[in-house]
Ligand binder design. Sequence first.
Ligand code: GDP
Ligand code: ZN
Length: 302
Amino acid sequence: MQEQQNEMLKGIILKGIGGFYYVKHEDSIYECKARGIFKKRKITPLVGDRVSISIQSEDEKLGVIEEIHPRKLEMIRPSVANVDQAVIVFSVKSPDPNINLMDKLLAMCEYMGLNAVLCFNKFDLLKDDEFDHFYSMYENAGYKVLKTSTKINHGVDDLITVLKDKISVFAGPSGVGKSSLLNNVQPGLKLKTGALSDKIKRGKHTTRHSELIELATGGWVVDTPGFTSLDINYIELAELDTLFREFRDFNNQCRFNNCMHISEPGCAVIEALDEGDIHPSRYESYKYFYNQITEHRRYKSW
Ligand code: GDP
Ligand code: ZN
């Protein structure tokens, strides 16, 4: 006979496989089915969901998901709920940081309403202060910026602090040191990369579900990197300026309220650029995305 227990426990879904969800409550992980009502309502529990479960067997650690608590945010790729932040990793050298891609990732985060933290890794490869202007440029734009090196174990404590008690997804190009960083945070922790995209390329319909990895130092990391493919073309042009954090201080002060900040007279964004309040490199990225989206629209309307 199953144990009678009416008590509901709160937990977080770490993993989902074939209709089973692995819910962590305190020090235990319960294998749970979801109530049929979710399926009827077309709600799929997601990794990262905060849930209430009823216990079917405490000995066997079996339960049933009774309730899914409201989601703060739902990410599609990877499919995870309640992600608190993206840690966007670039290396200062080998490979050199692709600033355009960095700004694109930041804009995507703003678009999703996801807080972003920037992490410049391979700090040990710098001989001088050549990157100081980049760090300060993103700090001035309103981002938290970490400088790390897994080689000389620099800044890893800062990363641990940033990850504490939050659900984080890592993003950034390959080879910048994401896995090495996570390994320094917690030995054995690696991101699952390569394999997934290879499978997709070969056309196999292998769905690889993401998992949350709980850190001993607090917090959870999504075990697959985010934003593997990026498409900014569906972003509305009128919305683009709001995706550059530091533009928000100015973009409502232009003479024309539909100003795109390209060549209009009385543009407060261009004024801020001229006065050094907006970094030229950030403005270049804005213009680049603006042109890209415009081109895309033109092409589509043919
Ligand atoms: P990922 O693809 O972003 O996960 O990158 P990896 O963690 O696999 O690292 C790619 C390469 O960069 C490996 O050869 C690492 O040894 C190296 N690497 C990682 N972190 C650092 C660092 O802080 N300094 C230096 N010099 N090399 C690093
Ligand atoms: Zn303007």
